[in-house]
Design a protein around this ligand. Sequence first.
Ligand code: 1PR
Length: 560
Amino acid sequence: MGDVYLLDYGAGNVRSLVNAVHKLGYTLKTIDSAADFDKAEKILFPGVGEFGHAMRSLEAKGFVAPLKAYLQSGRPFFGICVGMQTLFEGSEEAPQAHGLGAIPGRAKCFDRTTKTVPHIGWNRLDVRKALPQDPSGAQLANTLGVDETERYYFVHSFAVPFDEVQHRPFVLATTRYGDETFVSAVQYGRMLGTQFHPEKSGPAGLRLIQAFLAADPTAPCILPTNSADVIYRQPTTQQSDGFTTRIIACLDVRDNDQGDLVVTKGDQYDVRERDTAAGDVRNLGKPVELAETYYRQGADEITFLNITSFRNVPMQDLPMLEVLRRASENIFVPLTVGGGIRDVTDPDGRHYSALAVAGAYFRSGADKVSIGSDAVYAAEAYWRDGQQLTGTTAIETIANAYGAQAVVISVDPRRVYVADPADTPHHTVPTQCRGPNGEQYCWYQCTVKGGREGRDLDVRQLVVACQALGAGEILLNCMDRDGTNAGYDLELIRDVKQAVTIPVIASSGAGHPAHFAEVIDATGVEATLAAGIFHRKEVPIATVKEYLTTRGYAVRPTST
Ligand code: 1PR
């Protein structure tokens, strides 16, 4: 068997794809020089980040011409996400950059006025069909085996709008997001591509990678001769409902008093046992093992938060790097890591930028980083300095290098009650849960250092600033509800959801499957996160999904 090569231009998390290939029993070599294109029997091209960066990197390495020659030779190629987009002529994301031009069309940004952007989550495919009498039916085979009954994981702001005439011979599948239908998989001969991430799409995605790796690279492959014979089904209402809500399991991680790294869980951020004299840190399991359990149970995403990140931990010693490395070997859904994403100076005086810290996490297997305290400081500066973008904040530098979708803002707000909105300069909401003195309004104060310090910034100011700085998603905790099992803070979440156009993850307070449905209905959030009920085995993830499914919500089936 010949060699499978990875074409990596050094952006984002390619470790997951490498891990997926290893998990399937194959090895990968990396393309280091133009000569490697001749040695490759198959090429995998994962693209993360910005289209222009991808093309410029290929050009700088002298890879554009050999890659075009490789594609023209008809040998097997599988481009993922931006790797697929580079097969087209270009992208609105980087108008000056030329794509490889193997397929007509250009990527465009989704319309932000009609839906949240980026498109982050699990969605369905609508796979092309060949007319039965078409003698080229075999050529139009779905080599990857993309499956209309499955859901696959997407994370992108730009996509190639589907044009039935222009794309007829090339497009294997389309996907509907809100009011737009875009190209989600291409196949032309042995040239394959997916806009979604198969390496992040659980068992369904691994099956596609397996199909690519196992396919005979010399099997006959005749290109479509009469592209008019390819047919596409018109999107239906049902297909447009393919985008699912995400159920995220969150693991708060820290050292316990014996020095072991454990998953813990607080009540309103207090993680120490209340019924023991010693007040030990609650130990609910080992991070990697627990995360693997949640993956098997159907979690759509897993978030690790290093909750003692306010302490200075040397870069060389970051325990979460090893957690990520090990978790990403066996978990093939998106992994987010938070805690300590900021500029760091080690005791030996070496300085690491937030971008370098994030880069270390991405290389270890993280797909997204979540920024807590540093985002609050950045938002304060944003409002103080006249809403200027300096390009120097952690949010901006990481989003510029890895894409907005890789930057989550973790918000730790708490309620401050007021009798009258005029009592505070901050944005207030009327509340059904009155304050201790019967106050009917509250504002949500941002905190830093895991809730230890309140700041003169409200949650609306924070999320609006972070979106302007380029964040891709909001993870909205609530200190008052954390660990209470009393349900999400709908007033907080609704207010934040209305303030931004990026996806919002509801967090804190889930105690029953009905709470998940309630927060989706009341606020329209794209994802829901819970910790305690999963860790204490009160409500398994599958039960939440069954509950939502029976009530008509689109969820990714647990079995896949
Ligand atoms: O400030 O960028 O270094 O990040 C620190 C990170 O650590 C932040 O994301 C912050 O939310 C988190 N963190 C710090 N201290 C705690 C703590 O609990 N003492 N955890 C903490 C935040 C909230 C969620 C929890 C949900 C759901 N905990 O992690 O999972 O509230 O819980 P539930 O379903 O049991 O109600 P930086």
